[in-house]
Design a protein. Structure first.
Length: 72
């Protein structure tokens, strides 16, 4: 399933790329794209695992930018 999420407090394009790379390695994630310019994350992932994937994605984002939030 493809979903689009708004990113808040994403302040670094390099960090966005690092987040994207780390999230893409999560089990159940087919594809992920994080755009610094639009402040959005597009994710294609297993619908049954989406909630746990998003929890892990939020933890990953906090590692790179502590104030960054994924709006669900």
């Amino acid at each position: 399933m493809k979903k689009v999420f708004k990113m808040e407090e994403l302040e670094c394009a390099n960090c966005a790329a690092k987040m994207e790379a780390a999230i893409s390695k999560l089990e159940g994630v087919e594809k992920v794209s994080i755009s610094f310019m639009t402040q959005k994350m597009i994710i294609v992932a297993d619908d049954e695992k989406l909630e746990s994937i998003m929890d892990e994605a939020q933890k990953i984002c906090k590692r790179f930018e502590p104030d960054c939030r994924i709006v669900r």
